[in-house]
Design a protein around this ligand. Sequence first.
Ligand code: FES
Length: 108
Amino acid sequence: MIPSGQKDFQDACSTMQVPRTGVFFTSIGSQEIMLARNAAGDIVAFSGFCTHSMGKLEGGPVEGDEITCPHHGARFNFRTGQAKTACPNLPKYEVKIEGRRVLVRPAR
Ligand code: FES
């Protein structure tokens, strides 16, 4: 049984859609999800909303391991979610791979 308020894993995308370098954005309900691969090549998922002012990160420029928020320029390591500017790190979501599908447990 799923505890009250806790969402279960939900289908996010195909493993093929998550690039070796760079990011892939999708949504699950009202949650924006940013997917990438960590240093080991495993798929990781973070909130696709910037922690500065909740703007969507999608469309922000990507350079090296960083994505820059297109709204006010906050920068994040897309492999770890670590903020590179003065704002909180991106919330990380649990990921489960089933066959070629990426399942993500979005925010509770
Ligand atoms: S909303 Fe991303 S930097 Fe302001």
